[in-house]
Write a protein that binds this ligand. Structure first.
Ligand code: CO
Length: 497
């Protein structure tokens, strides 16, 4: 190994040390920190963020990158590490310091205004802040540069290489196939999810969620689970991965699906190469690929009839009264109720994508300048009526419902849908390549599926782009058709279509 390369690794890993230390503070803030800790914690996090920014844009890293960019002796993994760190470095250099500072002030102000405006449904209060954010984001697109559409520059931050045109094509397919399919389902007699709405005590739910994590292969030697208001996964390297779950005593579904979802994110982090600590070779590919792992476990596995059969005996043992007289099929039906609703995070796995479509169309129109901020509610409500068939009674349940815009995270939403579409395509490949996968799931044996994901996705870190990974695994680029096949098969049988 060249001495410049090892100097580079030391520098990048020590920046990662600071980031992961900030991550521990973030995790603590969401789980165990007393309320009184908030003020000092914000200060501690800001100091660490400043240190990371300074080092990650610093001259030392810059000169190392310059030398290594011309080093022909690097191997494939080393080249990958230099390439991605350089991409981040160049990106950061394109954004002047005053721009970064203005953005950070704007979003912290916007966040506190949004927190008040959402419950009040007061769009007028939030509008001037959204206006500032949109203007800054439009400037960011120009500073970063793009070829076809300014929104491409925003997508690239979360899903490198994904273009606006590709997202438009995927959603055109959603409109053509999934929107009418959901209308067909809505005409059938709905299944009941009463089974999941009984009283399920918190402690027993938590114990069961740990059972679920064990079933899917989560390693408690390199991870732990706690409770938080919003479930999340965070890691401080591949050997320390934390998940949280949310428990509602009157909704078992939150815990079941939430635990498997975060567990899927965690399995990815636990499967990344530990020798790539802090380096791109030890990092996830993109948010879409990360989400593909959580959704594959949550939806393709967790909401399947086979998985319901696998866990029913344990559920009956943990909740004998609540589950009395219920079959795996009852659980399968209850976990797959399709019902158009207003709130994205409560949506079923089909109508979920309509929510993302509304957000993508709104963001794209704002960034290209074809929609004014004051017209967002009208634009939003008309799309919700068109795709979901419902009226928005209150902006808090409409265009003000999500936190992303007040964080300045425009371009993020599409990765949620992309994740589900990748999941369906990967799972279809796994079905072909793993003998008797469905029978294994039904027996609660998930080792070979996890092994398959480790082999084809996890162990590669960032070595392949999302596009390359998808083609290597499935032989073709991302296509909505796999999700649609999955939906037709599962919901066709559930609703006799
Ligand atoms: Co997720």
């Amino acid at each position: 190994m060249s001495s410049t390369y090892s100097e580079f690794v030391t520098e990048v890993q020590s920046i990662a040390d600071i980031s992961f230390a900030a991550g521990v503070l973030n995790w603590d803030q969401e789980t165990y920190m007393p309320q009184g800790g908030a003020g000092l914690r914000a200060r501690q996090l800001a100091t660490l963020a400043g240190l990371v920014h300074e080092r990650a844009t610093g001259g030392k890293l810059g000169s190392l990158l310059e030398v290594l960019g011309k080093d022909v002796s690097l191997d494939e993994v080393q080249r990958c590490n230099v390439k991605y760190v350089n991409k981040q470095y160049q990106r950061a250099l394109k954004l002047p310091r005053e721009f970064v500072v203005e953005m950070s002030h704007t979003v912290s102000e916007a966040l506190s205004v949004w927190q008040q405006a959402k419950p009040a449904g007061n769009f007028e209060a939030f509008a001037p802040h959204l206006e500032k954010i949109v203007n800054l984001k439009r400037r960011e697109c120009e500073l970063l540069g793009y070829t076809a559409h300014p929104y491409d520059a925003l997508l690239d931050e979360f899903e490198p290489g994904l273009t606006t045109a590709e997202v438009e094509q995927l959603f055109a397919d959603v409109r053509k196939d999934l929107v009418p399919f959901v209308k067909q389902i809505a005409q059938q007699a709905p299944h009941s999810d009463e089974l999941l709405k009984k009283h399920y005590p918190k402690d027993k739910q938590f114990a069961f969620s740990e059972t679920l994590l064990r079933i899917i292969g989560f390693d408690f030697g390199t991870g732990r689970q706690d409770i938080s208001l919003h479930p999340f996964t965070i890691n401080f390297g591949a050997t320390d991965v934390r998940v949280t779950t949310k428990i509602d005593e009157h909704n078992l579904s939150d815990m079941l699906t939430g635990t498997i979802h975060e567990g899927g994110h965690a399995l990815y982090e636990q499967g990344l190469p530990a020798n790539g600590y802090g380096l791109p070779s030890g990092e996830y590919v993109s948010l879409g690929i990360h989400e593909s792992q959580s959704r594959l476990w949550e939806n393709n596995v967790g909401r399947s009839l086979e998985f319901c059969k696998a866990i029913m005996p344990q559920l009956q043992a943990a909740f004998p009264e609540q589950m009395n007289g219920h079959s795996a099929n009852d659980l399968f039906q209850a976990l797959n109720v399709v019902r158009p609703s207003l709130i994205r995070i409560m949506a079923d796995e089909l109508t979920y994508h309509f929510h993302i479509m509304v957000r993508f169309e709104t963001e794209k129109a704002l960034i290209e300048g074809s929609l004014a901020v004051k017209d967002v509610p009208g634009f939003w409500n008309s799309r919700v009526r068109e795709y979901l068939g419902i009226d928005v009674p209150h902006h808090g349940a409409g265009c003000l419902q999500d936190v992303h815009w007040s964080h300045g995270s425009l371009g993020y939403f599409p990765t949620y849908s992309i994740g589900s579409f990748y999941a369906a395509q990967f799972f279809a490949a796994a079905e072909k390549q793993i003998d008797g996968l469905h029978e294994q799931i039904e027996r609660g044996e998930l080792k070979s599926l996890l092994q398959w994901l480790r082999e084809h996705i996890h162990r590669h870190g960032k070595q392949y782009s999302a596009r390359e990974l998808c083609e290597r695994i499935t032989g073709e680029p991302l296509s909505f058709s796999y999700f649609m096949q999955y939906a037709r098969k599962k919901y066709g049988s559930l609703y006799q279509l």
